[in-house]
Design a protein. Structure first.
Length: 204
């Protein structure tokens, strides 16, 4: 027989999964971005948005709604996106850890973005310290890409697992942006170590 806590967690999972399905999103992770958007207004009509680790595509779809037909959303992931996207969305298949300036110049030449998003997470091992270290590595890669493509005044939202490197990454974001926030969405599991660091007003 399942415990009360396990039943409660199952209801949580079912609630967000059902909402995502009802609203035609492939994953419930979209609600994390929706909460951040309501609170911080990161994405505006006509914005150019880069979504790192974009599979299965929920953030791409929601960002496309926000930017409208005159905006642009680019997603990058190791896995190809398999769902149909609106015309303002483009996707590329690549390893975020290997992206450098020559790759950006070749694949997305002349493009600057208003917002860089990252919901990337490592494949969890069960070892919290190792998972946090791997998450930190992905976050460093995301911030490195943001440094290369963000327009001055732009915004950055990145998921990180809390661990020994959390403060180091938080300080790195703080140093690059005029405003800096730490955000835990209600749609994240309470027991989850994930948290989002948000930078607004990129100094360039």
């Amino acid at each position: 027989m399942k415990s009360f806590d396990s039943r409660k967690k199952q209801r949580w999972a079912d609630h967000y999964t059902q909402r995502a399905k009802k609203e035609s999103y492939p994953a419930r992770s979209v609600f994390k971005l929706k909460e951040a958007q309501r609170k911080f207004h990161l994405i505006k009509k006509g914005s150019r948005v880069l979504d790192l680790g974009c599979s299965p595509g929920s953030w791409l779809l929601y960002a496309a709604e926000l930017v409208g037909q005159r905006g642009r959303v680019l997603g990058i992931d190791l896995q190809a996106i398999r769902i149909k996207m609106p015309p303002q969305v483009q996707t590329l298949t690549a390893d975020i850890l290997t992206i450098d300036q020559p790759w950006i110049d070749k694949e997305i030449p002349g493009n600057r973005f208003n917002v860089v998003l990252s919901d990337m997470a490592p494949a969890t091992s069960g070892n919290k310290a190792l998972d946090a270290a791997r998450s930190f590595q992905l976050c460093q890669a995301a911030l490195r890409v943001a440094d290369m493509v963000l327009q001055p005044g732009g915004s950055f939202m990145c998921k990180i697992f809390q661990g020994e490197e959390f403060k180091e990454f938080s300080d790195a974001v703080r140093s690059r942006f005029k405003r800096h926030k730490i955000f835990k969405p209600q749609s994240s599991r309470k027991e989850s170590k994930e948290i989002f660091i948000i930078g607004m007003g990129f100094k360039g």
